[in-house]
Write a new protein. Structure first.
Length: 165
């Protein structure tokens, strides 16, 4: 959990930057990539990262929610733009509407009692979880993936190194 708004702001900025890198590499065609037809497509996962931060309004934060999903969720560029907007909107909302004391306030979230600092931690972990799923589907769709927490297969090769199996 977070006990400091500044700590959240720093970490969210880093994480959102990585998510933007991923979103910016999506193509319209790749949005239909799925492991099986029973699972979420790459486009649905990307849109989920935009839409799901909307739950933070139930914590009392005020910011403009995602644009109509129907309209934008078929366009990789539109998803990336909407992600950029909403990721900045929630950062601004947390920085201006909460303080370090607010992070200790407990609220009911998804049926459990979470303090707001834990909700912010959840928001980051949830995003990292789905972003990881996205990179697998991107690979399957033939897209290049960015280095996130370390080099990937392609960047090992570009550096003249043996990719780690
Ligand atoms: Ni989710």
């Amino acid at each position: 959990m977070f006990t400091s708004i500044d700590d959240f702001a720093a970490e969210w900025s880093q994480e959102a930057k990585m998510t933007k890198q991923v979103m910016n590499l999506l193509t319209d065609e790749s949005l239909n990539q799925a492991i099986t037809d029973k699972h979420r497509t790459l486009g649905k996962l990307a849109w989920h990262l935009v839409e799901s931060v909307g739950y933070m309004t139930s914590l009392g934060l005020k910011f403009e929610g995602p644009d109509n999903g129907e309209k934008v969720s078929n366009s990789a560029v539109a998803i990336a733009e909407e992600y950029e907007r909403i990721s900045e909107a929630i950062l601004e909302a947390v920085k201006t509407q909460w303080d370090n004391e607010s992070l200790r306030v407990t609220q009911t979230v998804f049926g459990g009692e979470w303090n707001n600092g834990a909700s912010l931690r959840f928001t980051i972990m949830h995003q990292a979880h789905h972003r990881g799923q996205m990179t697998v589907l991107m690979r399957q769709a033939g897209l290049r993936i960015p280095d996130l927490y370390g080099p990937n297969y392609d960047s090992w090769i570009e550096r003249g190194m043996e990719p780690r199996a």
